[in-house]
Design a protein around this ligand. Structure first.
Ligand code: ATP
Length: 433
């Protein structure tokens, strides 16, 4: 073919020309005007697009925007009426808050149950784990209890803002969930709960865990106003390496597993989702190793609370408020921090100076705000404030069990574990390791 056969020069006043027996077409643009050509053949797709563009321009110039908006709205309503699907948008940022559900869906869609051919890989700075996510504007189908849904990851450029309370990402991201109308109520209940649970599980497995301490030599907060300082938690102790009676070990592991898996039980019975363990026994019998094994078993962070660094009950409360869920809060050697053996023997109230914890080394009274009381400690483990997070374990260690019964009672310390010197069974475990 040649340009002579297939094209006409339509405008340009001699600026466009065909040369080399129809093999070369040149168009020139100068200061006065340009030039143009047109295909002799009509292509269905191109002409259809042309018609649509023409109609759109006509609509825009003839109908006012309000009327166009109303027409589109009614068209959508009509479409939804006859469609067997309904759609839900889950945006990354809801107002000014981060949408937890968006993060959960992001994680869930990368789980092994949902398979996709194309995923984005991310690895955060200083992290040891790689995370997968659904690529932009990609979609994926998922089946849950015979209901099939479709997820689409919608990414659009955010329009430039003149003012925002906080910097917003350049992209506006969200998921659109397409659900069959008949499955709507089931999906909104069980499926979304299932997504949250799976995402939490993945987070727990992926997350680098931390060991926190409030002992920063001087007390107070760090530069970000946080009362805890953290380091990566890398203790190698596990229940396999821990030398103790196998039956007792099994009992503790089952208790921990029940605790971690029974959120519904705590919710149904109206109890705070927390559990207390008291580890007691002679020095060097593995109490700290047991705490590390518990943290490694459940994948929890560890908060090592140094009572000597806490100056008042309110500071204790603030520390508690700044702990995260899925954590073990440890007070080691409680017998060295507490100056009280048994409340009934002394017949005193929690508030009296003799009942105060002298480990703080500051000696003063609560009124001056520079010491903590047993009352404060009891509230810390089982008061209203102890419920300001969920899935938390309190572990106290002591060399002597003669502590105040109020501290030892079930609900505060649910399980008392005696860490003894090695028996024959535990020596066998040590030798095997
Ligand atoms: N039951 C055990 N199984 C495995 N290792 C143990 C056990 N008991 C003690 N150890 C080892 O002995 C050392 C001291 O143990 P650990 O610090 O856990 O004891 P502890 O009871 O916390 O001591 P303390 O009461 O003095 O704080 C650790 O190195 C630990 O590995």
């Amino acid at each position: 073919g040649s340009f002579y056969e297939s094209f006409d020069i339509t405008w340009g006043d001699g600026r466009a020309d065909i040369y080399e027996t129809g093999q070369l077409l040149t168009c020139t643009l100068d200061k006065v005007s340009g030039s143009g050509f047109q295909s002799k053949k009509e292509y269905l797709y191109a002409s259809l697009l042309g018609v649509i563009a023409f109609c759109q321009t006509l609509m825009n110039s003839v109908f006012p925007p309000e009327l166009r908006f109303a027409i589109t709205k009614h068209f959508n309503t009509l479409f939804q009426l006859f469609s067997s699907y309904c759609y839900f948008d889950i945006t990354e940022i809801d107002g000014v808050n981060t949408n937890e559900l968006y993060d959960a869906v992001q994680l869930y869609l990368t789980s092994s149950t949902v398979t996709s051919n194309r995923l984005s890989l991310t690895r955060a700075t200083n992290s040891s784990s790689t995370t997968f996510s659904l690529s932009s504007n990609d979609s994926i189908a998922d089946t849950f209890d015979s209901a099939t849904v479709l997820w689409e990851h919608v990414v659009a450029q955010r329009q430039t803002q003149t003012f925002a309370w906080r910097p917003m990402p350049d992209e506006k991201r969200g998921f659109t969930l397409r659900v069959e109308k008949k499955d709507k109520s089931f999906i909104l209940g069980s499926y979304l709960d299932h997504i949250m649970e799976t995402a939490n599980e993945i987070r727990r497995k992926n997350q680098d865990r931390f060991l926190y301490t409030n002992s920063r030599g001087g007390g107070g907060m760090d530069s970000r106003g946080l009362p805890w300082e953290s380091v990566p938690f890398k203790h190698p102790s596990t229940f396999e390496t821990l030398a103790m009676d196998p039956a007792k070990k099994r009992e503790i592991m089952e208790d921990l597993k029940d605790f971690a898996e029974c959120e519904s039980f705590y919710r149904k019975t109206g109890r705070a989702w927390k559990r207390g363990y008291l580890l007691y026994g002679p020095p060097g019998t593995g109490k700290s190793s047991m705490i590390a094994a518990m943290a490694n078993y459940l994948g929890y962070d560890v908060y090592d609370l140094e009572l000597a660094e806490v100056r008042s009950n309110s500071e204790l409360r603030k520390l508690l408020m700044k702990t995260s869920s899925k954590s073990i809060i440890v007070i080691e050697d409680i017998d060295c921090s507490i100056d009280l053996k048994n409340r009934s023997k002394k017949k005193q109230s929690y508030y009296e100076p003799e009942m105060m914890l002298t480990g703080s080394g500051l000696g003063g009274d609560e009124g001056k705000g520079n010491t903590i009381t047993l009352f404060g400690l009891l509230n810390f483990t089982d008061g209203l404030w102890s419920c300001c997070g969920s899935e938390r374990i309190f572990v106290f260690t002591t060399n002597h069990i003669e502590l105040d019964p109020a501290l030892l009672r079930s609900g505060r310390m649910d399980m008392h574990v005696y860490m003894s010197y090695c028996t024959f069974a535990s020596v066998k475990i040590l030798l095997r390791c």
